[in-house]
Design a protein around this ligand. Structure first.
Ligand code: SAM
Length: 334
């Protein structure tokens, strides 16, 4: 099968799949407290997700990241991971992984590890129980820390993702770094993205903490060496020479990685977003439901990839971005 190559000669090897819009947390920068979730009929069934992901893997996707909402609250999710693990066994898929808030890991870490998952990302913005309860609204820190412990006991490598929020976890920059060094886990900061008008009340503009400022603060104390490692995504990494730690910076909408972009994102309703910073998407659910013929689905995927733009040039510090920001992000896993 001819691999998926976009018009700018980039091979599409990474698919990020949101399996649900639901979450057991209500992080203030991500969801409003009273979310209306999608009707079940709109969601892809686990079988449909399997068909679609399998088509992508046939067409050259080698890395699959499962996300949400919170992926581990989707009913029957282990069945789906089990189904995807068959592609690890054949070697078609090089990595199956997930991004989780960690709340369900005491239950799922072992079975996930048994299915061939090796590394996971856990989102955690603070180590202070009160602040954690405040920012996640419904989350409890000990539950997540227990989940991380269970993941490690099961042999999973954990990377912590923390959203950088001015006035919220600024004072925890070094405590978070120290904790991750002690626990032998990598740490990546994510620059906060404005999520649209409905979030205007919860995410204040003065919470925006540019990662270049965060980095400068780390550099006042430590020697940072840029790593050439590239994931094809919006992350950049440095090594902290004094501790040997790897520290990542995700600036999702900065125009600095498009030329090497290798990824697309699928929502839980089967919409394929070809670019993190643009609204253009292709509906894959209609062809999927119209026929059991996978050739039709493959054609739809190819047609979508042919529309993948060269890049985006959002500068999301600009005012006008507010409200037009990609609402799909909450459905595609941030
Ligand atoms: N529930 C899972 C989790 O907590 O990791 C997966 C979905 S969550 C939407 C994925 C990532 O997006 C998390 O690390 C979360 O912190 C991040 N995220 C959500 N809203 C964001 C925003 N407004 N700006 C930056 N990152 C955000």
């Amino acid at each position: 099968m001819t691999p998926l190559i976009d018009p700018f000669a980039r091979a599409i090897s990474y698919l990020r799949v949101s399996v649900t819009d639901r979450c057991d947390f209500r992080c203030t920068y991500c969801m409003s407290e009273h979310m209306t979730f999608l009707p079940k009929a709109d969601l892809l069934s686990l079988e449909e997700l399997d068909r679609l992901c399998t088509a992508f893997i046939r067409m050259g996707v080698q890395k699959l990241r499962i996300t949400g909402g919170e992926p581990l609250v989707r009913k029957g999710i282990l069945t789906f991971f089990e189904a995807m693990s068959r592609h690890l066994q054949t070697g078609a898929l090089k990595e199956l992984t997930l991004t989780t808030n960690g709340s369900q890991l005491t239950k799922f870490a072992e079975p996930l590890a048994a299915l061939g998952i090796r590394r996971i990302n856990v989102s955690l913005d603070t180590l202070d129980p009160e602040k954690f309860a405040h920012i996640t609204r419904w989350g409890r820190l000990p539950q997540v820390l227990d989940g991380i412990k269970a993941a490690k006991a099961a042999g999973l490598r954990v990377k912590i993702n923390a959203v950088a929020l001015k006035g919220f976890n600024e004072d925890e920059l070094f405590p978070l770094l120290d904790w991750c060094a002690r626990e032998d886990q990598d740490l990546t900061f994510i620059e906060v993205m404005p999520m649209g008008e409905d979030m205007a009340d919860t995410l204040r503009l003065d919470q925006y903490w540019p990662l270049k400022d965060l980095r400068a603060r780390v550099a006042e104390r430590f020697t940072l060496t840029d790593l050439t490692e590239r994931t094809g995504g919006p992350a950049r990494y440095v090594r902290i020479e004094e501790t040997g730690q790897k520290l990542g910076f995700i600036t999702p909408l900065t125009h600095n990685f498009c030329e090497s972009c290798n990824r697309v994102r699928l929502t839980c309703t089967g919409q394929l977003y070809m670019c993190l910073g643009q609204e253009d998407m292709a509906d894959l659910r209609a062809p999927l439901r119209a026929t059991p013929d996978d050739a039709v689905v493959e054609d739809a995927i190819r047609a979508a990839i042919a529309r993948k733009p060269k890049g985006h040039d959002f500068d999301y510090t600009r005012q006008h971005v507010k409200g037009q920001m990609t609402r799909h992000m909450s459905h595609t896993g941030g």
